[in-house]
Design a binder for this molecule. Structure first.
Ligand SMILES: [Zn+2]
Ligand SMILES: [Zn+2]
Length: 226
């Protein structure tokens, strides 16, 4: 059985032999544009400030961020379909775009490994895949930076995040990640699907830095407004 290729943005069926976004979506990709926050890479409205609202309020221990798209349509629906409707085939498109935009920077930074934000075991089982890992795997293939899925582990699956306030959520997240075994990495790139407040990336960073990683960067398909 042959599945027709679909546009990774609007999910429209593409003409036979075509791949990637359809004509309409190709020109409506909401890329993150300059000026951006020095910390998380989020688009900011003026050149005067160095940081976005979130990063100005909360000290962040990661070293830099490389988000691809603003979290607005058509990216929102696309990423939600990737995550919840099993549209795993979108991941290579986003990886390719990420490498097109940031690949040289990743190489210039001398990143030793790409690490996807892990899912809880139970969630991984019910979903069947980790969208962050699909993205990381493809970025790794394109840049030849090694993928490491054996380092960062998600634990502490007790309290549903939705029931917590923002600060409780951050605290809960800080304890949600751990590093397995001894790692010998200096610089890593964390990959995730959506960056919202940065609490997840911060929690991953803290776990990695506690275990000897010197510099932590992240990349994400989308980033929400501050
Ligand atoms: Zn489309
Ligand atoms: Zn920021």
């Amino acid at each position: 059985m042959i599945f027709p290729a679909r546009c990774p943005l609007c999910d429209g069926v593409l003409e036979f032999g075509k791949r990637g976004p359809c004509e309409k979506c190709r020109y409506s990709l909401p890329y993150v544009k300059e000026p951006v926050c020095f910390k998380c890479g989020r688009e900011i409205s003026d050149d005067e400030s160095e940081y976005c609202g979130d990063c100005a309020k909360k000290p962040r221990s990661f070293n830099g961020g490389f988000p691809l798209l603003n979290y607005v349509e058509p990216a929102v629906s696309s990423v939600l379909r990737l995550k919840y409707k099993g549209r795993q085939e979108y991941a290579p498109f986003y990886a390719k775009e990420t490498v097109r935009k940031y690949g040289d920077i990743f190489k210039g930074l001398g990143i030793d490994a790409i690490i996807p934000v892990p899912l809880y075991k139970r969630k991984l089982k019910s979903r069947g895949f980790n969208q962050a890992e699909l993205l990381a795997r493809e970025i790794s293939r394109l840049t030849r930076i090694p993928l490491r899925t054996d380092i960062l582990i998600r634990i502490n699956d007790t309290i549903p995040q939705k029931k917590l306030s923002t600060s409780e959520r951050e605290e809960n997240l800080i304890n949600a990640f751990t590093v397995k075994g001894k790692i010998n990495l200096e610089k890593v790139l964390i990959a995730d699907d959506i960056y919202t407040t940065g609490a997840t990336i911060e929690a991953c960073t803290q776990a990695l830095k506690k275990n000897g990683v010197k510099r932590v960067y992240y990349t994400s398909i989308c980033i929400g407004k501050s």
